[in-house]
Design a protein around this ligand. Structure first.
Ligand code: ADP
Length: 491
């Protein structure tokens, strides 16, 4: 049997400690899936003020107390604590970076939750986190075979390794995964002086005159990946936004592969999901109505069994296409349909969505905020799940929807295009309803097709079962990364 590898997986969020979106789900499930292949994989994240040490069983490690981390002319202490991420089969060690000013004193991860504005010291916060990751390895004397960095918040790690600690980490290969090219960690050029990187690498980590974490990650890693084949192709062709980082990838690495996420069977599974009124599986999917009853009662909407219910769970940003819903509202709610939407983000979109509730009080339920329990209940209760995204690197909710027998209605972009196929009533093939153009009219056509199919019971069961019968396990991605790590170490 091949030798197990040592792997450090670094991320700015990981379920169950800290979650704003899909990155947290991935940073939990993927390491546990990789652990299945026998590797020693450990995860490292920052401890934001909203993470409870008691609830998450986070405790101190003597050797990792008060490590001095230089930031520009100053030095601040990092205390790295320990916890674990578990499922019934596996356990993964988690290292959690604490610092009073940068993390504990701030409840938000990236932005002030009260104003939605990014913290002004985000450059320092993540320079600090990146440097702490390396100091932790040095103090522990642990030099992993693979360092897997995720998104801009970890982008300086490859540059710090290759320029400051080349000897210590000489065996290590670095993978850098970009989960969303819309946020690449760009800061004023003066931020470079806080990184401690040698002056002669300045140009290689500056992009359009700014310090760019993602460019640094791309330049100094051994391999760059993203999260679906279609998104990878769109990035490299320039069809999807990447602020020119696609050219850096092309010249440095040649190609960009896209690996689709999975569904964590222990977290998202209608058979044993503890947030549901009634558990079910593909043989008892009609029991969904008991969950629907609970959800509609919870949000104060009339319970109407023959009215299809659309669910939506989303960060409120331009990416997610909330605007299409707003534009289509008059025509959509003229139909026999109800909609429940859970999300938070852009204050203007939050207000506009809340207004929908006022305009269509018996048809629309709205919850502004982050609510994991409600997210599970929506997946289990809704008949359809709407994702009209402008772009979608991978997307997880369409996969969760399949598993919960909730039929996705999506725009064909990125991971949505790769995982959802349009239902054909003639052949009964297809697991969802797909539209191409990013326009309210195009979305309405797809929604109306879904509403019509809902009332054709045989057809509906076919599209529902096509989704529920798919294989969405994490093991395929776990295997892909495990093999990628080995191939890098062979080179
Ligand atoms: P992204 O990472 O772009 O936000 P994904 O579809 O990849 O989108 O993942 C979103 C994840 O975050 C899913 O697990 C989804 O259920 C969850 N989520 C998003 N918004 C909320 C919310 N307001 N409350 C609870 N869970 C949410």
């Amino acid at each position: 049997m091949a030798r197990p590898l040592s792997i450090l997986f670094v991320s700015s969020e990981a379920y169950p400690f800290a979650k704003t979106g899909g990155l947290a789900d991935v940073s939990y499930s993927l390491p546990l899936a990789i652990r299945e292949f026998g590797h020693d994989i450990r995860v490292m994240i920052p401890k934001y003020g909203s993470i409870s040490e008691r609830k998450n069983k986070i405790h101190e490690i003597n050797r990792l107390r008060e490590i001095p981390i230089p930031i520009g002319e100053n030095s601040w202490p990092a205390t790295v604590k320990s916890s674990s991420m578990n499922n019934p089969r596996q356990k993964v060690q988690a290292y959690i970076t604490t610092n009073v000013n940068y993390f504990d004193a701030k409840k938000g991860f990236y932005a002030d939750p009260l104003t939605g504005i990014n913290y002004p010291d985000n450059d320092e916060r993540f320079i600090f986190f990146n440097k702490t990751v390396l100091q932790t390895c040095l103090v522990l004397g642990w030099f992993p075979d693979i360092i897997h960095c995720n998104d801009w918040q970890t982008g300086l790690i490859p540059a710090l390794i290759r320029t400051i600690y080349p000897q210590e980490f000489k065996r290590a290969k670095i993978v850098y995964t970009i989960h969303n090219f819309n946020n690449l960690g760009s800061f004023a050029s003066e931020s470079f002086d806080k990184t401690g990187l040698p002056a002669d690498v300045r140009d290689s980590v500056l992009h359009n005159g700014n310090l760019n974490f993602a460019k640094a990650g791309t330049m100094y890693s051994d391999c760059v990946t993203t999260v679906s084949p279609s998104y990878a192709a769109d990035i490299m062709s320039g069809a999807a936004y990447s602020d020119g980082i696609n050219n850096v990838i092309a010249s440095r690495h040649g190609e960009l592969s896209g690996i689709i996420h999975g569904v964590d069977n222990y977290v998202w599974n209608p058979k044993n999901d503890s947030y549901l009124a009634r558990n079910y599986d593909r043989t008892s999917v009609n029991d969904k109505f008991l969950n629907k009853e609970r959800l509609l009662n919870r949000v104060g909407l009339p319970v109407q069994y023959t009215t299809p219910l659309i669910g939506m769970i989303s960060r409120f940003s331009e990416q997610k296409g909330v605007r299409l819903l707003l534009e289509a509202a008059d025509e959509l709610f003229a139909e026999n349909v109800q909609l429940i939407i859970l999300g938070e983000g852009d204050p203007e979109l939050q207000d506009a969505v809340s207004e929908l509730k006022e305009r269509f009080p018996t048809k629309v339920g709205v919850k502004i905020g982050f609510d994991d329990e409600l997210a599970h209940l929506i997946e289990a209760s809704a008949d359809m799940f709407l994702m009209p995204s402008l772009f979608e690197p991978c997307g997880l909710n369409q996969l969760y929807s399949f598993v919960y027998g909730t039929v996705p209605i999506v725009r064909a972009t990125g991971g949505l295009a790769d995982t959802v196929s349009d239902f054909n009533p003639e052949t009964k093939e297809g697991n969802g309803f797909v539209f191409q153009e990013f326009a309210a009219d195009a979305m309405l056509v797809a929604v109306r097709r879904a509403l019509h199919t809902f009332h054709e019971r045989e057809q509906w069961e076919a599209v529902q079962q096509n989704g529920m019968n798919g294989d969405y396990s994490w093991s395929a991605s776990g295997r892909y990364y495990s093999e990628l790590y080995r191939s890098l170490l062979r080179d």
